[in-house]
Design a protein around this ligand. Structure first.
Ligand code: SF4
Ligand code: F3S
Ligand code: FES
Length: 258
């Protein structure tokens, strides 16, 4: 195990080895919550020591474990650059994207705990069933609904000011980090959850859309916006920096005005 030294606010491991280029690597312990439905009755925690560079990310560590130690380790990822939203997981108890979590930003003097996001059915290791999440997303009609047709050759014009109103909520990558960090969603799987409300917001406040009232009616349901207790976990979890709680508050106000 590497010796640990403190530098500024971040504790880093002393160099474990240096490769041919002289770049130092560190031995980092990961404790991953594993579950194989064909073998396990309950999830179990498994330790792995992984040699990494400070520029590596948690996703790189998971790849190393899968490719060099245990090929059965199961997780989702695609873009590896914070765009596709497929590798949200709990890292040291916080929802994050594994591809956006740098090793140098974690305290590697202690083991790093990695587990699946909460509130959705666990399928295997770090993979959950996302269908309930996407069912709520589909329910809010996350697409433009316009009653009129623009004149041939013309676009639907929108001012910069009108576009700005919903700019924040266009950034969602549907990673579920927000919804799976929400205590209301954990206790009540029926709640639409913050991600669905964010994606409803994106169209409710779009000046080109004509179905805002329909979406507001859907979210005025008992499992809609009023279940939100303004806990702010969702805003803290969002890897895109979306002000999720503020978007929910704006939808609540719009429901009251409707
Ligand atoms: Fe992920 Fe943020 Fe979209 Fe929630 S609002 S699904 S945390 S990108
Ligand atoms: Fe949940 Fe976010 Fe509301 S965490 S309670 S949806 S503020
Ligand atoms: Fe695509 Fe992380 S792998 S967001």
């Amino acid at each position: 195990m590497a010796t640990l030294v403190a530098v500024d606010e971040t504790t880093v491991a002393a160099p474990e080895t240096a490769d041919d280029t002289g770049i130092q690597s560190f031995l980092v312990t990961f404790i991953v919550r594993r579950f194989d439905p064909e073998v396990d009755e309950e999830p179990r925690w498994v330790d792995y020591d992984v040699e990494l560079y400070s520029t590596d990310r948690v996703l790189d560590a998971l790849h190393k474990i899968k490719w060099e130690v245990d090929g059965s380790l199961t997780f989702r990822r695609s873009c590896a650059h914070g765009i596709c939203g497929s590798d949200a997981m709990r890292i040291n108890g916080r929802n994050r994207l594994a591809c956006k979590t740098l090793i140098k930003d974690l305290d590697i003097s202690k083991p790093i705990y990695v587990e699946a996001i909460k509130g959705l059915p666990l399928e295997k290791d770090l993979v959950v069933d996302m269908e309930p999440f996407f069912a709520s997303y589909r329910e809010v009609k996350p697409f433009l609904i316009a009653n009129s047709t623009p004149e041939p050759g013309k676009e639907r014009v929108q001012s910069v000011v009108d576009r700005e109103i919903f700019d924040d909520t266009t950034k969602c990558i549907l990673c579920a980090a927000c919804t799976s960090s929400c205590p209301v969603f954990w206790t009540d799987g029926q709640y639409f959850g913050p991600a669905a409300i964010v994606n409803a917001h994106r169209f409710i406040f779009d000046s080109r859309d004509d179905a805002g009232d329909v979406r507001l009616d859907i979210l005025n349901d008992k499992e809609g916006v009023w279940r939100c207790r303004t806990t702010f976990n969702c805003s803290e979890a969002c890897p895109r920096g979306i002000q999720v709680t503020r978007a929910i508050a704006e939808v609540k106000q719009a429901v009251l005005r409707a």
